[in-house]
Design a protein around this ligand. Structure first.
Ligand code: 8YV
Length: 320
């Protein structure tokens, strides 16, 4: 008999076909009449994306064996509550690394060269030859890049920054990575050195207790006035009021943001009003190809767990 699973996310056809071949699929969305707790009552697995999975969510999930999230980040999953229920978690690292690194480069270039503001300017019909100087941006090439968090995505950013833009790169990480230093010609730096020396500071860390709010007023104060801050990790790693203040008072030059403390961000947020803050709606991995790869990776991991096989992408905290 096939296992029963709950799908809480729209999936590409190829992924639905794969799941249908291996499982009885049920579907649930937050607009349904039944609660998620009820919907999870008698299923063996669940596919989620950003949906929080808490102790309450799992309160009736006595048959559940696996939560498979279509994301590399898993801060929305309560791992302890899952362990208490004997449920394992899988996620989707690797398949999105290049795509997120591409978006980070786009944010760097887009912020430094003011692409969104200039697009609006041209389309406004107010293009004046004399305005040009006020629209000047900053160079990216040959600058110093500081990456906080040197995981898989960090390495992909390094490749692009080095090969494409001839940047010098420093990084800060929980663990020093001497292989990466040798392979890519990058240097380890303390947080203080990285913040005070870098022209572009990229935050690429998972959201944990120790990274929550790590970019605060004190951190922004250490940055150069000409520096650009980029965040494509999780919004809660940044004190948004401090970031706005830093850009608005000239403490730093600008910021490019893919992620926010609350998503969708409230349209009253001052972050959305500043011309040197570029924003996109959490689309780091959102290309057709990569989102399909992520959904398939999540589906394969879910089916592997339910077939008693080793899941390709078990969340590290569940590895023996
Ligand atoms: C997800 C992401 O697709 O993978 C992650 O951790 O941030 C995105 O790529 C997104 O979180 C889905 O909600």
């Amino acid at each position: 008999m096939k296992p029963t699973i709950l799908v809480t996310q729209q999936l590409p056809e190829s992924v639905s076909a794969f799941l249908n071949a291996h499982c009885e699929c049920r579907y649930w969305t937050p607009n349904d009449n039944s609660s998620i707790e009820e919907a999870l009552k008698d299923v063996d697995g669940v596919m989620v994306s950003g949906m929080p999975v808490t102790e309450k969510t799992l309160s009736k999930a006595d048959q559940l064996k696996v939560v498979s999230t279509i994301s590399v980040g898993y801060n929305h999953l309560d791992l302890e509550a899952m362990k208490a229920k004997g449920v394992v978690g899988t996620h989707t690292p690797e398949v999105l690394d290049d795509t997120v690194a591409d978006l980070v480069m786009a944010l760097m270039l887009g912020t430094a060269r003011r692409i969104a503001a200039l697009d609006s300017y041209v389309k406004s019909g107010n293009w004046q030859p004399t305005d040009v100087e006020t629209l000047f941006g900053l160079d990216v090439h040959h600058k110093k890049l500081g990456i906080i968090g040197m995981g898989r995505i960090g390495r992909k950013i390094v490749q692009r920054a080095k090969a494409g833009f001839d940047m010098s790169v420093v990084y800060h990480n929980r663990h020093r990575d001497e292989d990466a230093e040798k392979a890519w010609g990058i240097a380890y730096a303390s947080m203080t050195a990285l913040l005070s020396e870098s022209d572009f500071v990229i935050l690429m860390v998972p959201l944990t207790e120790s990274t929550y709010g790590m970019m605060d007023a004190a951190a922004f104060k250490q940055m150069k006035k000409t520096a650009v801050f980029i965040n494509a990790s999780r919004g809660q790693t940044v004190d948004e009021a401090a970031l706005f203040d830093a850009v608005n008072t000239g403490g730093i030059w600008g910021a490019g943001l893919d992620v926010f403390c609350h998503e969708p961000i409230n349209t009253d947020s001052p972050l959305l009003k500043h011309p040197r803050i570029l924003t996109v709606p959490h689309i780091g991995s959102a290309t057709e190809e990569t989102r399909t790869r992520m959904a398939m990776a999540a589906a394969e991991s879910l089916v592997a767990v339910l077939s008693g096989k080793e899941a390709p992408y078990l969340i590290p905290e569940f590895k023996k």
